[in-house]
Ligand binder design. Sequence first.
Ligand code: C2E
Ligand code: MG
Ligand code: MG
Ligand code: MG
Length: 288
Amino acid sequence: RAKDAGGNRYELADPDSDARAIDRHSLTNHLPGALERDEFFLEYQPLIRMSDGRVDGAEALVRWKHPVHGRLGPDRFIPLAEHTGLIVPLGRWVLEQAVRQACSWQERYGSARARQDRPLRVNVNLSPRQLHHPDLVQDTISVLEAAGVAPSSLCLEVTESALIGADEDELKPLRQLAELGVDIALDDFGTGYSNLANLRRLPATTLKLDRSFTQGLQRHPADPVDVTFVEGIVSLAHALGLAVTVEGVETEHQADQLRELGCDTAQGWFYARPASADEFAHDWAASA
Ligand code: C2E
Ligand code: MG
Ligand code: MG
Ligand code: MG
């Protein structure tokens, strides 16, 4: 602050960066106790099967009800939580909440869906620090067992960049989880330094194509380079036995193109914004 810096008022000339500094300070101060104060909550965004438009599951997305700043999105505090290590207990809380939620949906709507569908599933994001935590496999198994949910009802999303350079030992926990039947999705695929040859040795079951590709398809006519990329990634993924989910579908036009390009599952505002578990159930689970 200007005063701390020797009383030169003119140092406030960049109010934005000043506000950001105060903001970061206040976030850092409140973050450590936020879990005990029960300030985090989850929203769910449906994952839609493109072949028939039915709901396959939902991605759990964490939010923070901050005592001063109100509702904050994960981009505001996940990096900080990752930096301070709070992400480990927070991530475990997210996993537990989401898996319990999946259990409650399955109990309420399972029989209605059973005739033609697999049970509703839940996707949970993992940050790099969680990925490298020695208890990941055991914690995940315990959470699934405590809730009585099948491993195949859980999908763990990890960003491609978190796995870059990972050696066989570092991939082992994910491989063990995949062998148990947990789905592993590569989140934001295509944004990092995608090493396509690397794909073969990752224990992934799904690619989540980043929103930037979806955006390219929105133009009229669609950017031919984006079309070619999506086509290529979809055929490569399918050849490797991976399913393709697309993020950030905002219009019917995008949805139609992505379906034609062979994407399996879609997520985005065109279908639904992230919402409370009750809203999700009201809008989707019952009708699915
Ligand atoms: P992500 O995993 O790629 O999640 C998708 C993000 O795209 C979400 O942002 C979602 O609200 C947003 N989104 C969905 N559909 C659309 C659309 O049609 N258009 C646009 N413009 N955006 C859309 P959100 O909720 O702000 O989350 C941001 C990121 O924070 C997530 O990206 C994920 O990386 C991270 N995150 C969220 N929850 C958790 C968590 O529990 N643990 C960890 N480690 N990371 C989390
Ligand atoms: Mg995700
Ligand atoms: Mg994503
Ligand atoms: Mg993303």
